[in-house]
Design a protein around this ligand. Structure first.
Ligand code: GLA
Length: 374
């Protein structure tokens, strides 16, 4: 019933081919939006400050006043309030609105339903009230909502991918300069298959912030000898080895993963451009090894699925994706093997963990967009 609404916006989740936990270390990432979205229906409600957001998935409403925006005890409300607060720092043009959300992005699956929520809201309100925000401003509003309202000190990758993606491409994003390049992702006869563990170990947020703090502690030590080093982006693998035995082992391992991952992303982009998909896949396996053993953000369920994929020649790359501690693995697999592999993985996973695995293909898509206007 589009006429009940002034505007309908589709905001996508994202995948990331490679470059994990590198964004907040000023490194490179290679994400894209996919065909899993939150659909937002917006209307102005004529009030100066009263707003209501309805989640169709959870069948719940949340109402608030624009005059009293502050963090809530309800975590899902914080994504919304954080975005409103970010917009209010830039403009006072926003007025009362109603919004309905309907999502087919599995929550907690590491494909960033949260960025889709933040960015879709910012994008829709920008249209509805003609706020004149740029796409990059919306990206940053989303990221700051996570920092200031949700409490996750995330990097910029998820929001950037949700808003800026281009159909059929991945984005090589330099998280230091925010320069980016669209790289075609033509990988026929392969497909991108996600395996959702359907677990989301709840240490995720605290552990995420701890990883970030550890990387920063590593940089602080390295910068005492090399003052030009401002982030792990500025540290080469050779430079880091000088700090073995100076940094404690855990910090050293964390830094070592990030420094290697920076190189792997750039190698992978070259491989993709030159259609050397086996190299891309091998790098994805190496990333998983690093995330599991050095960065320690994997879990038994993710490790099991990545190991399981190694039994299949049709899978050329597999790794955990996103923040970790659950969510999905991303797999590059021959098109004609998707069904057989998915079924075998589902069975093996259920036998091992007694949990249902969900397998689905991910297709690279464009970023947040208007799908209907009145
Ligand atoms: C989460 C964060 C991102 C990024 C990834 C790990 O998705 O929101 O900023 O750090 O984890 O790569």
């Amino acid at each position: 019933m589009a006429t009940e609404y002034d505007l309908v916006v589709d905001s996508p989740g994202r995948i990331n081919i490679i470059g994990e936990h590198t964004d907040y270390n000023n490194g490179f990432v290679l994400p894209t939006a996919i065909d899993k979205i939150i659909k937002f229906k917006f209307r102005k409600n004529g009030s100066a400050d009263k707003c209501t957001v309805h989640s169709a998935n959870f069948n719940t409403d949340f109402s608030f006043s624009l005059k009293d925006v502050k963090p809530s005890k309800e975590q899902w409300a914080n994504y919304i309030l954080g975005v409103i607060s970010g917009i209010q720092e830039l403009t006072d043009k926003i007025e009362g609105f109603d919004c309905t959300l309907d999502s087919n992005i599995p929550v907690g699956s590491g494909i960033s339903s949260s960025a889709a929520l933040e960015c879709g809201l910012a994008f829709g309100l920008n249209e509805l009230f003609d706020l004149g925000l740029t796409r990059l401003q919306m990206v940053k509003i989303g990221q700051m909502a996570e920092h200031n309202y949700v409490g996750t000190k995330c990097g910029i990758m998820d929001q950037f991918a949700s808003v800026m993606s281009k159909d059929g491409h991945v984005i090589l994003l330099d998280c230091q300069s925010l320069e980016y390049e669209y790289v075609p992702i033509t990988i026929k006869p392969y497909k991108i298959l996600l395996l959702n563990t359907n677990v989301s170990h709840n240490l995720a947020d605290g552990e995420y912030n701890k990883r970030r703090a550890m990387c920063e502690a590593g940089v602080e030590t390295i910068a005492k000898k090399y003052p030009e080093v401002k982030s792990l982006r500025d540290v080469s693998p050779e430079m880091l080895t000088e700090f073995k035995g100076i940094l404690d082992d855990v910090t050293y391992n964390r830094c070592s993963y990030v420094v290697d991952e920076k190189v792997r992303v750039l190698d992978t982009v070259e491989a993709l451009k030159n259609n050397k998909l086996d190299e891309m896949g091998a790098n994805m396996y190496a990333t998983h090894e690093g995330l599991s053993k050095l960065y320690e953000v994997s879990c038994d369920e993710l490790d099991f699925l990545v190991d399981f994929s190694k039994n299949y020649d049709s899978v050329i790359g597999s790794r955990m994706m996103g923040g970790g501690f659950g969510g999905c693995t991303i797999n590059i697999i021959k098109e004609d093997a998707v069904k057989e592999f998915s079924e075998a993985a589902e069975k093996a996973y259920f036998d091992k963990f007694n949990i249902k695995l969900t397998a689905f293909e991910a297709n690279p898509c464009g970023g947040t967009s208007i799908s209907e206007t009145k």
